[in-house]
Ligand binder design. Structure first.
Ligand SMILES: C[S@@+](CC[C@H](N)C(=O)[O-])C[C@H]1O[C@@H](n2cnc3c(N)ncnc32)[C@H](O)[C@@H]1O
Length: 298
């Protein structure tokens, strides 16, 4: 993607340092190792623009010194800032509405499972600022007011500490109420700490546990999930990384559990024996398939 003319003007007027091919290649490798995100040439302008703010904040003048700083063993905070700078966090309440309709239809099966002494676990992997897991919680609570007292939990994770902090707060711009799918949000939100803000109700927040987690690293939890939402995350990964991740998700789904992916995403056909497509972006773990070894590690 070429930068828009106003972006070039803004980069020039901000006196942004140039990013050499070597800087771009080295930073690209670092980002890929840290996050799985592949930055191709079209992202060079985005990276230059976002990181030049970091460079200024750190009192540096060029990308070469920034790279050296990131190599330092104590650079954890800076690596985190780099992650925040390169992630794309666009999301909204009830994005991909058909997934929430499908989830509502699963409620009778969840109730059956609970009655048989089971538990229900849902994972929003790559949850960004929390609209996705809160939409899951609203969908359940809308149809099932007693859900808060049932053994049902939503785990919501993201690599980016900044978005997890927003998600935990449950506070959003009031304009989120304007979306076509926002009628449930109007029911489950109240005025927020500032006039132009809303906050989701505490009972909704109690259903969701937010954790910072790189989904390509170790998963510090056991047990399997009835539904995993991993939507609009893997588009930034390469094919091999995506494939490994789908296999790991399959290993963490209950027999007949569901994986929901983003609307432009498809799971490799070679995995159809364990993840059977149902519709375009929903995959069901095949209960008859040989169980993939449950995996905590990449
Ligand atoms: C575009 S948002 C998608 C949010 C939500 N799932 C949706 O569909 O609206 C992608 C999110 O994936 C997160 N992400 C990217 N790489 C990740 C990784 N390796 N582990 C966990 N989260 C990651 C980003 O921080 C970002 O918040």
């Amino acid at each position: 993607m070429k930068p828009a003319p106003e972006e070039l003007t803004s980069l020039a007027s901000e006196n942004v340092p140039a990013m050499s091919d070597a800087d771009f290649a080295a930073l690209g490798r670092l980002v890929r190792d840290q996050t799985g995100i592949v930055l191709n040439e079209s992202k060079r302008w985005m990276l230059t623009s976002r990181l030049s703010r970091e460079i200024k904040r750190l009192g540096l003048t060029d990308f070469a010194s920034y790279r050296r700083l990131l190599e330092h063993p104590d650079a954890a905070a800076e690596l985190q800032a780099l992650t925040s700078a390169v992630t794309t966090n666009v999301t909204s309440f009830f994005r991909g509405a058909d997934h929430f309709h499908a989830l509502a239809e699963m409620i009778p099966a969840f109730k059956d499972k609970l009655q048989r002494g089971g538990r229900v676990r849902i994972w929003s992997a790559g949850c960004s600022t929390g609209q996705e897991p809160y939409s899951i919680a609203m969908t359940l609570m809308n149809e099932w007011p007693e859900v808060a007292s049932a053994d049902i939990r939503i785990l919501a994770t993201d690599i980016d500490a900044e978005v997890i902090s927003t998600a935990r707060s449950g506070v959003y711009p009031a304009k989120e109420l304007e979306g076509a799918e926002a009628s449930l949000l109007r029911r489950f939100a109240r005025p927020g700490p500032q006039p132009d803000r809303i906050e989701v109700l505490p009972e909704l927040r109690h259903l969701v546990r937010f954790e910072q987690l790189n989904m390509l690293g170790h998963w510090p939890f056991n047990g399997s999930f009835d539904v995993i939402f991993c939507r609009n995350v893997v588009i930034y990964f390469d094919a091999e990384t995506r494939h490994r991740l789908w296999e790991r998700f399959a290993s963490r789904l209950e027999p007949e559990g569901w994986l929901f992916v983003g609307h432009s995403e498809r799971i490799d056909r070679s995995l159809e024996t364990i993840l059977r497509p149902s519709g375009v972006t929903r995959y069901k773990r095949c209960s008859g398939a040989a169980s993939p070894k449950m995996s905590n590690s990449p």
